[in-house]
Design a protein around this ligand. Sequence first.
Ligand code: AMP
Length: 123
Amino acid sequence: MSYDVTNVFARILRGEIPCDKVYEDEFALAFRDIHPVAPVHVLVVPKGEFVTLDEFAAGADPSVVVGFWRAFARVIDLLGVERGGYRTIVNTGPDGGQEVPHLHFHVVAGAPLGRMVSRAVRP
Ligand code: AMP
């Protein structure tokens, strides 16, 4: 999928738009979602120009993949959500409900989160 350099997360990564930063290193930026759906709702964003998780998994340099997951672990530690638990969501494409075309990992936590997918979704 071609990458749109004007997407909102690209603009946040370039510092053109502010964010409520939780963590940043050379591999990832994590910031609070502007419309939180739980007491904790943070987006962990790899810095590379990837739209989807499958593109990242297939195409990113191994050092970038490892660097990203280390950053992810650091974010979880900083948020202090290991004990209570958390949910990680990666929305992909139209059916996945992806709004922003730059790969990002939602981390939601801080309360029981209920079912993984709405009961309205039937096989
Ligand atoms: P998705 O549907 O997975 O693409 O989710 C995109 C998420 O980005 C939504 O939860 C939005 O609330 C969030 N979002 C959009 N713009 C911003 C922004 N400027 N700062 C923080 N979160 C944002």
